[in-house]
Design a protein around this ligand. Structure first.
Ligand code: ZN
Length: 289
């Protein structure tokens, strides 16, 4: 199942169209379920089991009657109770930024909710000129998770979407302690999309190609199979400390290829286009300004 947020309404994507979402078609969840589910995409995760059960029975009879313009898509979970992110969760990315690859749970920081946006649009660059890119797979929680094991963790994930953990590096590394949460939460710094894809739709949800390109030049090209803490291991470890809630989003970390790790360093510039993708899910396109 693919679930999108089309201008604030939950929509099932029945025909995903081109890789960038052009030509996608689907149905409005609230209308298709005779008012039983939706329409608010922020609250569908609170009734995720009911949604999955309804979809299992109804899927074969659904007919796409809605054009889905990717420009009108919002984040699949637009108001998560909690938005978490993992740092240094790929060994090569830890190395390129001068850190040891973590052996315990990598550093966890918040992405403040006001930074969340959808898979298209303009991102305003803060002053300073050191905004960096970080493609990431984002896991959306579908069931309350407290002290779950890695083997149980996928059952608590509603699905995955594409994410960018945009990062303003000067503030991030200034001061006596790193400012991860703040430096990664400027408006538009947590785009997600184009829609949520349930794990059963993916050939191997634990090994997906992911990457991003600036004006067509590929700058990151990785695989989630190289995550130090895989999605289920990360969910299990986080749930040992906190309670993960339906609708929560977890940015799982970025592979190598970020700008701050380059020689010379490179950062996003006004006028550039950032395309971000994950295999089997789709892609996002943002313009920097
Ligand atoms: Zn990140």
């Amino acid at each position: 199942m693919r679930l999108a947020n089309l201008e604030g309404r939950a929509v099932l994507v029945l025909e995903p169209g081109a890789p960038d979402g052009t030509g996608a078609r689907g149905v409005d969840l609230h209308a298709a379920s005779d008012g039983a589910l939706g329409p608010d995409p922020a609250t569908v995760y609170e009734r995720w089991d009911a949604l999955r059960a309804w979809y299992a029975a109804a899927a074969d009879g659904l007919v796409a009657d809605l054009d889905i313009d990717p420009e009108r898509l919002g984040a699949p979970s637009p108001r998560p109770p909690q938005a978490l992110a993992l740092g240094f969760n790929y060994a090569e990315h830890a190395r390129e930024t001068g850190f040891e690859a973590p052996t315990e749970l990598p550093p966890v920081f918040p992405k403040f909710a006001s930074s969340i946006t959808g898979p298209r649009g303009i991102v305003d660059l803060p002053e300073g000129g050191t905004t960096d890119w970080e493609v990431e797979v984002v896991a959306v929680i579908g069931r309350t998770a407290r002290r779950v094991t890695p083997a149980q963790a996928w059952d608590h994930v509603a699905g995955l979407c594409v994410g960018q953990d945009l990062s303003e590096r000067t503030r991030q590394f200034a001061g006596p302690a790193p400012q991860f949460g703040l430096a990664k939460s400027h408006p538009g710094f947590s785009p997600m999309g184009p829609w949520l894809v349930t794990p059963d739709e993916l050939a191997d949800p634990d090994d997906l190609a992911l990457g991003c390109a600036i004006d067509g030049e590929v700058v990151q090209d990785g695989r989630t199979g190289l995550l130090l803490f895989s999605v289920p291991r990360a969910i299990a470890a986080l749930s040992e400390v906190i309670t993960l809630l339906p609708g929560d989003v977890v940015f799982t970390g970025t592979p190598d290829g970020v700008g701050v790790g380059r020689e010379p360093q490179r950062f996003l510039r006004s006028g550039e286009t950032l395309r971000t993708w994950v295999e089997g899910i789709g892609e996002m396109v943002h313009t920097l300004r």
